[in-house]
Design a protein around this ligand. Structure first.
Ligand SMILES: [Zn+2]
Length: 342
């Protein structure tokens, strides 16, 4: 657990709602997501681009001639003002410039970075960065899907093809009976598909992962049977995962959905699927989790192992207990290892 204090940024106790929604955990997580993006965040808030060049100039808040500099140290959006604004990080500058309360500032930032509405709800206050086309596409696919039932293509895929003994299918997984598969702009065919909700770092659904299947539960013979849809906001999947099971103080992480399910069957650990090695590296783990078990793929090119190591290092420096487990045979993942043992 991290005991890191939010320092001078501690939110004022304005209301139960703001305390509940914007505790220190979400502040730290939001800052992680915002890292490296402060130029566009400050610009979205209305700070003139001429103030964000990294050179001395007038302060966007208190004026003057050259008292202000946006130096963006470590990608944290930091600034220095020789006038009354002092210095601080991107969040402080955002709050000063907007004149909003701390809670309002966080809410605005959260909407900007993550989106204010779940993908399953079409209407809502759209942040300027929400891709309405993506949101509509995501909602359409989700609304056409259904719960997984015994004997349907998703059930057959998981239990027969992948040989997973699952007492219940996680609700993050759904069946779509007829999903068009595109190559470029051309529809190649319509397939059954396993849908999986991709949640952002704050748990809000932002995209859908699709596994295209045949009616009898085999992977469809298409060039890319696994695909992720464009998220509601570009980059919103970064830090996120497919949350298959609710974590306790322990969370298990694997790359693929099937691997994560296999690890859950074998160990009982609540598992998330990070989707890819790139996203695994960036995964953000809730502060309520003390121990993270990373079930790494044993890739012959070391990509999976390296992603696992990078995630482990970051989580370890956040004060968490981290274990990496890698299957013995090169070129395999834990789904292979577990089903071979059965
Ligand atoms: Zn100033």
């Amino acid at each position: 657990m991290t005991n890191q204090s939010a320092g001078g940024d501690a939110p004022p106790a304005e209301s139960k709602r703001s305390q509940h929604d914007y505790n220190k955990r979400s502040v730290q997580e939001l800052k992680k997501i915002a890292n490296g993006q402060w130029f566009r965040i400050h610009q979205s808030a209305g700070v003139p681009a001429s103030c964000l060049t990294g050179k001395h100039g007038p302060c966007p808040i208190c004026g003057g001639k050259d008292r202000f500099r946006h130096d963006d140290k470590n990608g944290d959006g930091t600034y220095f003002c020789g006038g009354r604004c002092g210095s601080g990080d991107g969040l402080k500058l955002l709050q000063l410039y907007s004149g909003k309360t701390f809670a309002e500032t966080l809410s605005w930032l959260s909407d900007l970075l993550i989106g204010s509405q779940p993908v399953v709800s079409v209407k809502g206050q759209a942040s300027t960065l929400v891709n309405e086309h993506s949101r509509t596409a995501l909602n359409d696919v989700w609304n056409e899907s259904q719960d997984v039932q015994d004997g349907d293509p998703v059930h057959l895929y998981l239990t027969r093809t992948r040989r997973l003994v699952l007492p219940r299918i996680p609700s993050a997984l759904r069946l779509h009976r007829s999903l068009p598969y595109f190559e470029g702009k051309t529809v190649i065919g319509e397939y059954s598909a396993m849908l999986a909700t991709v949640s952002a770092a704050d748990g809000k659904p932002v995209s859908i992962h699709r596994t295209f299947l045949t009616l009898d539960g085999l992977k469809a013979k298409v060039s890319a049977p696994k695909r992720i849809m464009k998220p509601v906001i570009a980059g919103a999947c970064s830090g996120g995962a497919i949350r298959l099971y609710e974590p306790s103080d322990v969370l298990g992480v694997a790359e693929g959905i099937e691997t994560a399910l296999a690890c859950h069957v074998a160990t009982g650990i609540p598992m998330w699927a990070a989707i890819s090695s790139t996203l695994m590296e960036k995964l953000i783990v809730p502060t309520s989790v003390n121990e993270v078990v990373i079930f790494a793929d044993n890739d012959t090119n070391q990509v999976g192992q390296n992603a696992a190591k990078k995630l482990a290092q970051r989580l370890h420096s956040d004060g968490k207990t981290v274990k990496i487990l890698t299957p013995a045979t090169p070129g395999t993942d834990w789904a292979d290892a577990v089903t071979q043992e059965l």
